[in-house]
Design a binder for this molecule. Structure first.
Ligand code: FAD
Length: 430
């Protein structure tokens, strides 16, 4: 869930709960309580960006769809997203290569780049008004060692056919006025308003006959080629296939061991004078764990986030908000001294992470006809698009070997070493 606090345009002391930064003046999809039991080809549980992309994709393929959400669609972690639509993954190509080998790592990166391109095309083809803009990214080194890593990372990316250039400190400083030891500057990413995008996709699915209902799914039963979803009311939903697009929880199931829930915090500044922005309004992030990430908005704010930690409790996340925002504010001041860092709107939210930084997409082990789509980390929305394509193919009976890279029960020495090194649980995956 996203926690959300509005801060006065100029003063940290006046905090008011409520609004989201995103989705202003939009007409929200009609979300009605279930009035009766339903039967459908595909039940999509969750109406965030993942569920919206999946519902739109499957409705376009001609399936009948029911989307069910216990909250107003979009107001899970989607509303908290800073919606930087990046193809660069939280694990570098070098890290993925070290654990999975070059070919597999390069394939994963290329698919991520293709996902951002596919999402851009989907938005353009349907004229979706969601503040979408193509953006370059600046991936900043945090110190000299980081700069060496990024130089090597860029060489490896070139070998994989991925675009971008490495900027040494003098180039970075003269071209972008950013005082860091080096950076990779890459084309092919984008930004959007995540709520406008989610709601537009749901509307597109509804126009193709999908239904959107309000209920909490409490249990699933798979038998005889049908899945029955029990809800918190008296009604049930019967489906040929079910897709869990429930963010960082799975109703009635334990999340895979590879998964961890974390929190991230972000704020939007007061509007800036546009002449004070860095070149290109590039998306900025760092080669660090956790990393600072930032973008600009159509109304000339800087949205900046980071300070991720393992907080899972909503109340604890809210308590940490002022300190986290102050820390991010300080980092923003250091990185971009021209910024007016007054906070207009601050929030925190949960998101899912995995040991290898890759999403969990595919069949739910042990439950026929049930798929899960959990788009994680800094690439949540990119991976949500990938999930829609993959699950669409799986439901149509198509299988590709590379689907295993994202499987919920992925196996092998690489993922065991990732789990050991990053989560200390390698043995549990044996
Ligand atoms: C501060 C922050 C910044 C981020 N920045 C970025 C970014 O810049 N770029 C990026 O790509 N990603 C980013 N992310 C990650 C991104 O927001 C998520 O990956 C994405 O929003 C996940 O969308 P989702 O639809 O899978 O989940 P959610 O938006 O959480 O939607 C899940 C939905 O399922 C519903 N649901 C759950 N259980 C049930 C149930 N049992 N019955 C009925 N309904 C149920 C919930 O009510 C919810 O509406 C960020 C996340 C945070 C917190």
């Amino acid at each position: 869930m996203a926690s959300d606090l509005d801060l006065d345009e100029s003063d940290h002391d006046q905090m008011v709960s409520g609004r989201s930064l995103w989705g202003k003046n939009a007409i929200r999809p009609q979300w009605r309580p279930m009035a009766q039991s339903l039967s459908t080809d595909v039940l999509v549980i969750g109406g965030g960006i993942t569920g919206a992309l999946i519902a739109d994709h499957l409705a376009a393929r001609g399936f009948s769809i029911v989307i069910v959400d216990r909250e107003e669609p979009g107001f899970g972690s989607t509303a908290a997203s800073t919606a930087m639509l990046q193809w660069e993954i939280d694990s570098t190509l070098m890290e993925l290569e070290a654990y999975y080998g070059f070919e597999r790592a390069a394939g994963i990166y290329r698919r991520s780049a293709a996902a951002v391109a596919g999402l851009s095309k989907l938005i353009a083809a349907n004229g979706i008004a969601c503040g979408f803009r193509s953006r370059n990214t600046l991936y900043l080194a945090v110190n000299q060692e980081g700069a060496r890593d990024l130089r090597e990372e860029r060489q490896l990316r070139r070998r994989a056919g991925l675009p971008g250039v490495y900027l040494e400190h003098p180039d970075l400083f003269t071209q972008f006025e950013l005082d860091r030891d080096g950076a990779i500057y890459s084309p092919g990413s984008a930004e959007a308003d995540p709520l406008l995008l989610t709601w537009a996709l749901i509307e597109m699915a509804l126009r193709r006959g999908a239904q959107l209902v309000s209920a909490s799914v409490t249990a699933l039963h798979s038998e005889g080629g049908r899945v029955t979803a029990e809800t918190d009311g008296a009604d049930v939903i019967e489906a040929r296939h079910v897709v869990l697009a429930t963010g960082y929880s799975m109703p009635g199931f334990d999340m895979p061991k590879l998964h961890r829930t974390s929190s991230s915090w972000a704020f939007a500044t007061v509007p800036q004078d546009p002449v004070t922005f860095w070149r290109d309004r590039a998306l900025i992030w760092e080669n660090n764990h956790p990393y600072l990430y930032m973008r600009t908005t159509a109304d000339n704010r800087i949205v900046v986030g980071g300070e991720d930690d393992a907080t899972t409790d909503d109340a604890a996340r809210d308590r940490k908000l002022p300190a986290k925002i102050s820390a991010i504010q300080e980092k923003l001041k250091r990185l971009w001294p021209r910024a007016d860092t007054r906070v207009a709107h601050a929030w925190g939210g949960s998101f899912g992470e995995t040991a290898d930084g890759l999403p969990l997409i595919g069949p739910l082990p042990g439950m026929a006809h049930v798929f899960a789509a959990h788009g994680y980390g800094g690439n949540g929305i990119t991976f949500s698009y990938l999930a829609a394509q993959m699950i669409g193919a799986m439901i149509a009976g198509i299988h590709r070997e590379w689907f295993e890279d994202f499987a919920l029960d992925r196996e092998g020495p690489g993922i065991r070493r990732f789990a050991e090194d990053r989560l200390g649980i390698g043995d549990e995956l044996r």
